[in-house]
Write a protein that binds this ligand. Structure first.
Ligand SMILES: *Cc1c(COP(=O)(O)O)cnc(C)c1O
Length: 387
């Protein structure tokens, strides 16, 4: 094992105050009212999709992010599916997104029978590159008489764009939005990983038409499984809520539905957990920043690998810390050595365009995406025990 790998393992073990046992990448932390709220929910019998905690969680997520409306869902993937549907993404439309993202982004696009197109990321933010987006559109797109933008090669309408704030690092979202505005393309932010991350003092997920978050077990706060979408548009929020509740029309006893809906509403049990976790978000963020700062200082001195920091104007939640190696060989050895020694690390996801379902999708050169995939490694980033 390389000396620097030994040093990094020692540093991580010290940071987590853990000499010998397994250190996960991101473990949930339950240090607040979780059990209290859960047992209140059980006592109330309102464990399913009607209940006070669901409404409360929606109000609180909206208030926290500064959005006018929030709709809680069973998962972040559902929330993204809903966000695309309520923005009228139709079968055979194209949706611009990233090759470097978690599979959920491309899956949600596919649930609408729309077709993802993969745009490169910036190497510093690891999120969608406004420059690459602009040049993709200039080369491949044309605006037609109906006001929409079409892909000149495929003839399909380019309806939406889903940039993703990778690992909670804010991307240059204002630039992405202004390019999309010029082309009349709707922006839906996949902010699944970036609760608590800001760009130019505005919460991520609030730049596009709709933003979505995930509260899966490995995210900054968790409710077991869950998601939410946020928007300032009341009509979109109403329609999302309608679609997540089987498109049932409100009535005291009748079951009438006016379109094909989904069973996507977050259950009250999960919302109880979510409310308890949200109360601790600020303290989680503080601890994560302290850890990120100490990683930054350590890697700066150590000098072999580069620790990825937020860019100017951005405030990251540091959901998952990420380091970059000089070569794929160094990356591979590090992944092997750390995982064999009980310190969990992992590379970024396989790029979407390399997967069998998406390998025929159009993409640009993906130069930075490939560069990052060959070098990036996530290192342990859990909130540490403070109670
Ligand atoms: C976690 C995540 C989602 C949503 O995941 P769920 O597990 O469905 O809540 C979506 N996009 C990205 C980038 C994610 O990391």
């Amino acid at each position: 094992m390389e000396q620097y790998t030994q040093d990094i393992i020692a540093f991580i073990r010290k940071a987590f105050n853990n000499e010998n046992s397994f250190i996960p990448l991101h473990a949930p932390h339950f240090g607040g009212n979780e059990k209290k709220y859960l047992s209140e929910t059980i006592d109330s019998t309102f464990v399913s999709s009607v209940g006070e905690f669901v409404n409360r969680f929606e109000r609180e997520i909206a208030a926290y992010t500064g959005a006018k409306h929030a709709v809680a869902c069973v998962s972040g993937t559902n929330a993204l599916h809903m966000a695309l549907l309520v923005n009228d993404v139709q079968p055979n439309d194209e949706v611009l997104s990233q090759a470097l993202t978690f599979i959920a982004t491309a899956n949600a696009i596919s649930y609408c029978n729309a077709i993802p197109v993969f745009i490169d990321v910036d190497s510093d933010t690891m999120g969608m590159s406004p420059l690459k987006l602009k040049s993709f559109l200039e080369i491949n797109a044309e605006k037609r008489g109906d006001g929409f933008t079409y892909n000149k090669t495929t003839g399909r309408r380019i309806k939406a764009c889903v940039p993703m704030h990778t690992f909670g690092l804010p991307l240059r979202i204002d630039e992405v939005v202004s390019i999309c505005d010029e082309w009349n393309i709707i922006v839906i932010e996949d902010a699944a990983e970036s609760l608590g991350s800001y760009y130019k003092k505005r919460h991520t997920g609030r730049f596009g038409q709709v933003g979505i978050f995930s509260f899966n077990g490995n995210k900054t706060i968790t409710c077991g499984g869950g998601g939410a979408l946020i928007t300032d548009d009341e009509e979109l929020a109403k329609r999302a809520k309608h679609l997540t509740t089987q498109a049932k029309l409100p009535h005291a006893w009748r079951f009438t539905h006016d379109e094909i809906g989904y069973n996507y509403r977050m259950p009250n049990l999960n919302a109880a957990l979510a409310c308890a976790q949200l109360e601790q978000l600020e303290s989680f963020l503080k601890d994560k920043r302290t850890l990120a700062d100490s990683y930054h200082d350590f890697f700066e001195k150590e000098g072999v690998v580069q620790f990825v920091r937020e860019i100017g104007h951005a405030k990251a939640n540091y959901w998952l810390n990420v380091i970059l190696f000089e070569s794929t060989d160094a990356q591979t050895s590090f992944l092997k050595d750390t995982n064999e020694n009980g310190v969990m690390t992992r590379p970024v996801w396989d790029l979407m365009n390399t997967l069998p379902m998406f390998k025929r999708c159009q993409h640009d050169e993906l130069e930075n995406s490939r560069w990052l995939a060959d070098r990036a490694v996530n290192i342990p980033s859990s909130v540490r025990n403070k109670s």
